[in-house]
Design a protein around this ligand. Sequence first.
Ligand SMILES: O=C(CO)[C@@H](O)[C@H](O)COP(=O)(O)O
Ligand SMILES: [Co+2]
Length: 222
Amino acid sequence: MIMIAPSLLSADFAALGAETAEAEASGADWIHVDVMDGHFVPNITLGPPIVKAVSAHTTLPLDVHLMIEAPERYIADFAAAGAGVITVHAEACVHLHRVVHQIKELGLLAGVALNPGTPAAVVREVLEDLDMVLVMTVNPGFGGQAFIPGMVRKIAEIRGWANDVNPQLRIEVDGGISAETAPLVAAAGADVLVAGNAVFGRKDRAGAISEIREAAQRSFRS
Ligand SMILES: O=C(CO)[C@@H](O)[C@H](O)COP(=O)(O)O
Ligand SMILES: [Co+2]
């Protein structure tokens, strides 16, 4: 089943509680929270205290996307703040296997993200251990960027491997996802779609979420 994870990066930061509750009421499956440190990516957003504050406004899993160097330093803090899924960037981890198990030992779902310039092969050796791979379809750091079509091949490659070694693997896509791009990624095997601008940029959030979901559902290929 396709899941939709609206990204709070495009929400009103002065009203994160209300924006989160509205996303849940509008049919979101997860709430995507973008954490940026100004080093791994050229932008700074938020940390565990804000994740904790947001968690009081939803019953949905918080899908925490860590765009930070050496994320192992903060995993326990984000878990304590209420994260349900923690995704680290492969490019930010020297000991990727250890970090994945650090997340799982806290009872959370573990994801690994790949920048557009990073080959799929980087996750191959940990694929059996993962709950999710996040294929970035823009260069991370900002919302509202254009989808990079070349990433569709990477999604299909990972789905092909997962069918052999980890059929339950979720493949999340993040960046430039809309009702227009959703069918492309779903046809390649992505089943968790992050959408920032395409949801929070619209007044009718429920309409936006269901349009993206239906567009993806029609072409999903597992
Ligand atoms: O991780 C990121 C950006 O680095 C994302 O989660 C963005 O927030 C997606 O925004 P849109 O491209 O959907 O507007
Ligand atoms: Co993100």
